[in-house]
Each structure stands twice: as structure tokens, then as C-alpha cells.
Design a protein around this ligand. Structure first.
Ligand code: DC
Length: 226
């Protein structure tokens, strides 16, 4: 079977992670959550006293943390300097600051290089999810998907995920999500954007199973045509 590289981009709450993991598991591919890498470097900056409101301070520390991603879709891992970061990267403290940290060009250059080397090492192929995978990180990906959904649907999904952890009301989640998407879409270096050759899938009225089935079919078609 030919190796295949799949890029899945889109704003938060569109089902990117659940879809990417399930598609990779079903097709025997590796899986990379690039948002987790930006969250991990943000967590390291906060934990190490770097002023995350100062892009120059972020830039000069960008090369320091050692970030490692495990790419098994049934048990993805993320460590920073050898420490498990999977819990802390999902806290509000990190979520509120990740857009500012990930907008710094030195951070993006560092993480982009890491992402390319992980993709190149995946023998059977990989599903890579993020914001700029199809446009910047892997512009030659075999298949590019851009997931979208209405802000209401996205906020409802996100607040479902947060339930019991750091529960907030729907309107607060919706506002925070829109603000983060605006920051991610308007930054200068590789913003959140749909690649010209990406297939757009609006997930607003689809179940997760339907989205997975749609993407699996698209990957299989690409593989058959290779
Ligand atoms: O997918 P996520 O919500 O975990 O991503 C967290 C943040 O990381 C997101 O707000 C923007 C940034 N990000 C990015 O700039 N580029 C990527 N390829 C992935 C995420």
C-alpha cells in the first residue's frame, strides 16, 4: 500500500481531532495533533517565566523546549523536556495564550520543522491536523481537507468537551472560540486558511461518524488513484 499524507485544517470545534484520530486508526496511518505542539510550547513558556505578552521574549526562548509527539492515533502523546504535557496543555491558562505564542514566527519555524520531520518519518503515511498544514507545512499533501461548522455548533461541541473540567456557559465558550479563530486567521505568519486545493466539509449538520466516513472515502479514492 502506498504511503499517504492527509492534511486536515480548520477552526476549533469542527471535529478535527476526533475525525483525524479515527481516520488514521481506521486506515492504519500515524496521527499528529499540531495544536498540541503549539499548546506544549505555550505551557513551557508559562511554566518557565517567559512573558507571553512579549513576542521578543517568546522568540528568543523558542528553540529551548524539547517537544516530542507520539503518533499512535489510539494513544497520542506529547511531552516537553521529557514531562507529560497532555493534561496541562488543555487548561484555560494555556488556551487563552496559545494564539499569541503561536503567532511568533520563530515559534512557527521551529514547530513547522518538527512537523515536517515527523511526517517524513511516518512510513505508512500520516494524518496531520492543524491550521496551516495544507497551506504551509505540507503543501504537497496527497489530500487536504478543510473542516468548517457554524459558530453555534462549534461552541456546543467545545463546551461539551469541557464539561466537568472547567465548565463555562455556552456564550462564553462561543465568544472565546471566535476570538481565538480571529487571532489565528489574522496573524501574519501562516494564518488559519483553506488551501486552494482543499476539499471543504461543513460538519454543522453531520454526525462524527458521517464526517469520518466522508474523509475515509476521500483518502481511499486518493490512494486508489496513486
Ligand atoms: O487545535 P487546537 O485548538 O489545540 O490549537 C491550539 C492553537 O494552536 C490554535 O488556537 C492556534 C494554534 N495552531 C496553529 O497556529 N497552527 C496549527 N497548525 C495548529 C494550531
Amino acid at each position: 500500500m502506498e504511503s499517504v499524507i492527509v492534511a486536515i485544517d480548520g477552526p476549533s470545534g469542527t471535529g478535527k481531532s476526533s475525525t483525524s484520530k479515527a481516520v488514521a486508526a481506521e486506515l492504519g496511518l500515524s496521527y499528529l495533533d499540531t495544536g498540541a505542539q503549539y499548546r506544549a510550547i505555550t505551557w513551557w513558556m508559562i511554566s518557565n517565566g517567559v512573558d507571553v505578552d512579549d513576542p521578543l521574549a517568546i522568540a528568543s526562548a523558542a528553540a529551548k523546549p524539547v517537544i516530542e509527539s507520539g503518533t499512535d492515533p489510539s494513544a497520542p502523546t506529547i511531552t516537553v523536556d521529557g514531562l507529560d504535557a497532555s493534561g496541562p496543555i488543555r487548561t484555560q491558562a494555556v488556551t487563552a495564550r496559545v494564539s499569541a505564542v503561536s503567532a511568533v514566527p520563530e515559534v512557527r519555524a521551529r514547530i513547522t520543522e518538527l512537523q515536517r520531520s515527523i511526517a517524513a518519518a511516518a512510513e505508512k503515511g500520516i494524518v496531520v491536523e492543524g491550521r496551516d498544514i495544507g497551506t504551509t507545512v505540507l503543501p504537497d499533501a496527497d489530500l487536504k481537507i478543510f473542516l468548517t461548522a457554524s459558530p453555534e455548533a462549534r461552541a456546543a461541541r467545545r463546551s461539551g468537551e469541557l464539561k466537568g473540567k472547567e465548565a463555562t456557559d455556552l456564550a462564553t465558550t462561543r465568544d472565546a472560540l471566535i476570538k481565538r479563530d480571529q487571532a489565528d486567521s489574522s496573524r501574519k505568519t501562516s494564518p488559519l486558511a483553506k488551501a486552494g486545493d482543499a476539499v471543504e466539509v461543513d460538519t454543522t449538520d453531520l454526525t462524527l461518524a458521517q464526517v469520518i466516513e466522508c474523509v475515509v472515502t476521500l483518502v481511499e479514492e486518493k490512494r486508489a488513484a496513486k
